[in-house]
Ligand binder design. Structure first.
Ligand SMILES: NC(=O)c1ccc[n+]([C@@H]2O[C@H](COP(=O)([O-])OP(=O)(O)OC[C@H]3O[C@@H](n4cnc5c(N)ncnc54)[C@H](OP(=O)(O)O)[C@@H]3O)[C@@H](O)[C@H]2O)c1
Length: 276
């Protein structure tokens, strides 16, 4: 699969989201995805499925070195000792010595950023994380994290789909040489089929609205979507979107949907989000 180079990290341009995928079905599904050609898996300590992800990688027969594996440290574990424990536990559960990308899952104002960025860098220094980054930071927090981190941040994972304007964050990531990993890239796939703009483009190409949205993602430089599906056929459908090329008019029509400014994900750790 094509990769994007961010601070030396070669990140496959389509990832497998894994939130809510648990148990034997998750092992089967992720194994299937790897056999289909997926080479980038997005998990987190909080998802409770690192054992399933590790089992799927082992079962797939794909060499560990060919898989770009991301995990994340939950915000209540950002103090240095907790952070180190969380990373060690993730690696043990995943059954691997290292992850390719380690992220701070959400900011936590109760822990000084300097301390969690230092802990993140320590994981890198120990070889537990090939690359490091953050998730759900504001522009100001991202700039501060970059300033504090001796190792360049390779990625910022944020919510991104056609209905949310992330152009300022995309610019900040590009300036940092970091990838923007787009989570909830399908806006949970609700209402996509009934959206008139996406529907018309989908009909013109004989594809689904989800595939149109994924093709739009692939056309954004440095933007890497990690869609999630529990359906093996849809893993194939989503992979096929890599071959779909939209016209500049179609891309512009999808870009215009950002004025909806609809955010899907919020937690108690959500910062005061930047306005577009
Ligand atoms: N860093 C963070 O804080 C954070 C936050 C949220 C998510 N994430 C990551 O991002 C990943 C994706 O985000 P998400 O799970 O929130 O939402 P999403 O990928 O935008 O949407 C998932 C939904 O889309 C449906 N879907 C997928 N492919 C489809 C297709 N080809 N046709 C029709 N429906 C399709 C799935 O249904 P079926 O299962 O029925 O196919 C599922 O209900 C997560 O799994 C996680 O890895 C990270």
């Amino acid at each position: 699969m094509k990769t994007f180079d961010a601070q030396g990290a070669r990140i496959p341009v389509l990832g497998m989201g894994t939130w809510t995928l648990n148990g034997p079905e998750a092992v089967d599904l992720i194994t299937h995805g790897l056999k289909l050609g997926y080479r980038h898996i997005d998990t987190a300590a909080k998802y409770g499925n690192e054992a399933e992800v590790g089992a799927a990688i082992a079962r797939s027969g794909v060499p560990r070195g060919d898989v770009f594996l991301t995990t994340k440290v939950w915000p209540t574990d950002l103090a240095p000792a907790d952070f180190a424990r969380s990373v060690a536990s993730s690696l043990e559960t995943l059954g691997t010595d290292y992850v390719d990308l380690l992220l701070i899952h959400w900011p936590n104002p109760a822990v000084p950023l300097e301390a969690s960025i230092e802990a993140l860098n320590l994981a890198h220094k120990r070889g537990q994380a090939r690359h490091i980054g953050v998730s759900n930071f504001t522009l100001q927090m991202f700039a501060e994290a970059r300033r504090l981190s001796p190792v360049a941040l390779a990625a910022h994972e944020v919510e991104r789909h056609p209905f949310l304007d992330q152009s300022k964050m995309a610019k900040a990531c590009a300036e940092a040489g970091a990838a923007l990993i787009a989570y909830t890239p399908l806006a949970r796939a609700q209402d996509l089929d009934t959206d008139p703009v996406l529907g018309e483009i989908a009909r013109a190409h004989g594809v689904s609205a989800v595939q149109v949205v994924l093709a739009w993602h692939f056309g954004l430089k440095g933007n890497i979507p990690v869609p999630r599906t529990s359906n093996p056929q849809r893993l194939t459908d989503n992979l096929k979107a890599l071959d779909l090329v939209l016209t500049s008019e179609e891309r512009a029509a999808i870009d215009a949907l950002r004025s909806a400014n609809r955010r899907v994900v919020n937690t108690v750790f959500s910062p005061d989000w930047d306005q577009p």
